[in-house]
Design a protein around this ligand. Structure first.
Ligand code: NAI
Length: 453
């Protein structure tokens, strides 16, 4: 009998399991694939490894503006993928070591919930039954493959890929068509464009980067068009196969040739086949329903991470897992989704937290916003010839409380946590003005922007 059974060893599950064991709970974790989940094995970490190699390669190609000439540089894609495997291996064994040290028991199998008795919830794997008084569901998500004619067959033949297969592709295609200009599509477009592949992004909406602030989305689009990425916006893909992607745009059917295709049009929660129905956990549109305390419809059963379909970010998963654990232990912790930052690791980077100009309008909030060029930063100018990055603030009109901060430009991914704290703590512009930021840095433009709104 365990105090807690965790289903899924991704960021939500492994982190919560480790912390639960530290809190004294007898904890069992089921992971049927690889510890670390999508984030470590086929998502965040592998992508960042590839993008870092691309960044170094970009420096060698574009050093002239900084007085650096580098001739004969090249990138070895197979080596980059090999290094990615090494980085992933290091981190996965790190997770395994941490769980072991904490005393978490790990079962390397998919667990299925089979019911609830007076002695707790039952989970089975490989013909054996395990019981616990609390359950934490962290089964993650999978890449959505829409029912587009030819797409499934194309994935089977290797012509089309999801985020998983593309990270293991060892030879570079001449051209790549990316279906979906969201986070995965843009990060992959960034890498393959940098390493010399002809990239075309086909996106259904009239803009890229989904709910990202409109002004920032436009700057990113412009920057990628300048680098040679082609964007076909407002296009709905209707067929994939025979070396082409066919789409409808403005009532016309057109097609674009491709060596390879990446499908990145969103993810869906993994809720099928884990036995949720055996204990009556409510599922809506394929995702486990949770409240802001990460509690499901069944007392004693919590869910964290992509499986609840709320924010699908690894750092949200960590926080949800921790909140769920605190609440199992009698706490009353909520997850504040509004102050969770998000990052797109393109070059330039995009990082955002809180409300956008568009979202405040939609919610009818009385807010004002201002965009400030990153050229207010000496460091930005020194390091970014021709850079057009910005910081944008969204502020409550009456109280001058910070509602959102959005950035495009260097270091944005590392800076945004500070802005997230300001939003979380509902700081006012006058509060931030009184803080001292280091100089010369790019982040000091956030402070400067407080004087302009
Ligand atoms: P996404 O939701 O970010 O973007 C999907 C895009 O595909 C949207 O722009 C949508 O309009 C478009 N689309 C949908 N159907 C289409 C069609 N038939 N034809 C053309 N375009 C179509 O999904 P994505 O990029 O697959 O990422 C999945 C999840 O992974 C996201 O929730 C994201 O937050 C997470 N993720 C986060 C990362 C990060 O934090 N840096 C990195 C990678 C993934």
């Amino acid at each position: 009998m365990y105090d807690l059974i965790v289903l899924g060893g991704g960021p939500a599950g492994y982190n919560a399991a480790e912390r639960a064991a530290h809190a004294g709970m007898k904890t069992l974790l089921f992971e049927g694939k690889a510890l670390g989940g999508v984030c470590l094995n086929e998502g965040c970490v592998p992508t960042k490894t590839l993008l870092y190699s691309a960044k170094i390669y970009d420096y060698t190609k574009h050093g002239e503006a900084y007085g650096v000439t580098c001739t004969g540089s090249s990138i070895d894609h197979a080596f980059v993928v090999g290094r990615k495997d090494k980085v992933v291996g290091t981190l996965v064994s790190g997770v395994s070591g941490r769980l072991k040290k904490a005393g978490v028991e790990v079962v390397p199998a998919f667990g299925t919930i089979t019911g609830r008795g007076s002695d707790g919830f039952a989970v089975t794997a490989n013909g054996r039954e395990y019981k616990a008084s609390k359950l934490l569901i962290c089964t993650g998500s999978y890449a959505f493959v829409p029912p587009v004619p030819g797409l499934r067959e194309s994935i089977e033949s290797g012509f089309a890929m999801t985020n998983r297969e593309i990270l293991d592709m060892r030879t570079l295609p001449r051209s790549l068509v990316v279906i979906g200009g969201g986070v995965i599509g843009l990060e992959m477009a960034s890498y393959f464009n940098s390493v010399g592949v002809k990239v075309t992004v086909v996106e259904m909406l009239d803009h890229i980067a989904g709910p990202t602030d409109g002004e920032i989305s436009k700057i990113l689009l412009r920057s990628y068009q300048k680098k040679g990425v082609e964007f076909i916006l407002g296009a709905n893909v209707t067929a994939v196969g025979n070396g082409t992607v066919t789409f409808e745009k403005d009532g016309k059917t057109e097609s674009v040739p491709a060596d390879k295709v990446l499908v990145s049009i969103g993810r869906r929660a993994n809720t099928a086949g884990i036995g949720l129905e055996s204990i009556g956990v409510e599922v809506e549109r394929g995702a486990v329903v949770t409240d802001e305390y990460c509690q499901t419809s069944v007392p004693g059963v919590y869910a964290a991470g992509d499986v609840n379909g709320k924010s699908m970010l690894a750092h949200t998963a960590y926080r949800e897992g921790e909140a769920a654990l605190a609440n199992m232990l009698g706490g009353h912790e909520r997850v504040n989704y509004l102050s969770i930052p998000s990052v797109i690791y393109t070059n330039p980077e995009v990082a955002c937290v809180g409300e956008t100009s568009e979202s405040v309008k939609a919610k009818g909030l009385d807010a004002v916003s201002t965009s400030v060029t990153l050229k207010y930063s000496g460091r930005y100018i020194a390091e970014n010839e021709g850079g057009d990055g910005i910081v944008k603030l969204v502020v409550d009109k009456t109280h001058k409380t910070l509602l959102g901060v959005h950035m495009i430009g260097s270091y944005a991914s590392e800076i945004i946590y500070g802005a997230a704290m300001m939003v979380e703590k509902q700081m006012r512009t006058d509060d931030v003005k009184k803080l001292v930021f280091p100089h010369p840095t790019v982040c000091e433009v956030i402070r400067e922007a407080m004087f302009m709104i």
